[in-house]
Design a protein around this ligand. Structure first.
Ligand code: SF4
Length: 205
């Protein structure tokens, strides 16, 4: 695996990793345009990825994030220690605010977490009520995405002196509002919002 220390390079590199792997294994993902069950999920990404996405947002996408961000922060405040939180959120079928007419509205800039979630199985098993059986989502593509994420996390630590991981819509919302400079100030902001730490809350590394 080569170096990919910007989100744009990591996205491209992962797409190539996935294409090579799927071809080698003769796997054909059943993921298709218009199939968006995974977009009901709780997606986590790093600040660097979120910042790379920000300049591509349309005014309508920003408006939806400004509405949805506070709602997700409130859910997280209540549920960040609940072991079943992501599953409850998924069951709630709240679509990602970047989903537009059943299609990802930021497809070229979608996070590594979205790119790495693939299945070659029955798409009906991706739906929240189906409770996908073990192995439904291809494990190797997910691990490939995770490795690309980890490389970006190291880059973020070098650039900012710390790593910030959080949920997609709420992190974009916080960045749109403007995060303060420095780890201590970011930590204080997240503490005040009640969304830092716990099992599913924002993480600083
Ligand atoms: S960023 Fe795109 S692919 Fe990812 S959850 Fe949102 S709409 Fe779906």
């Amino acid at each position: 695996m080569g170096e990919a220390t910007t989100p744009e390079a990591a996205w491209k590199a992962l797409d190539q990793d996935l294409a090579d792997y799927l071809e080698k294994k003769g796997l054909k993902p059943s993921c298709r345009a218009g199939c968006f069950a995974c977009c009901f999920g709780w997606v986590t990404l790093s600040r660097l990825e979120a910042e790379a996405l920000l300049p591509h947002l349309t005014p309508a996408q920003k408006a939806r994030l400004l509405e949805e961000g506070p709602r997700r922060l409130a859910l997280l405040r209540q549920g960040k220690d609940d072991p079943l939180f992501p599953s409850r959120f998924f069951q709630g079928r709240t679509p990602c605010p970047l989903l537009e007419g059943g299609l990802c509205g930021v497809y070229p800039q979608r996070p590594l977490a979205c790119r790495g979630l693939l299945t070659a199985g029955d798409p009906a098993l991706c739906l929240p009520e189906a409770r996908a059986p073990k192995g439904h989502f291809l494990p190797v593509p997910w691990r490939m995405a995770r490795l690309r994420m980890e490389a970006l996390w190291e880059e973020e630590k070098k650039r900012y002196g710390f790593l910030l991981l959080g949920e997609l819509a709420s992190l974009l919302y916080l960045l749109l509002q403007g995060l303060p400079e420095g780890r201590e100030a970011v930590e204080a902001t997240l503490e005040a919002l009640g969304v830092l730490g716990g099992r599913w809350g924002y993480q600083l590394g």
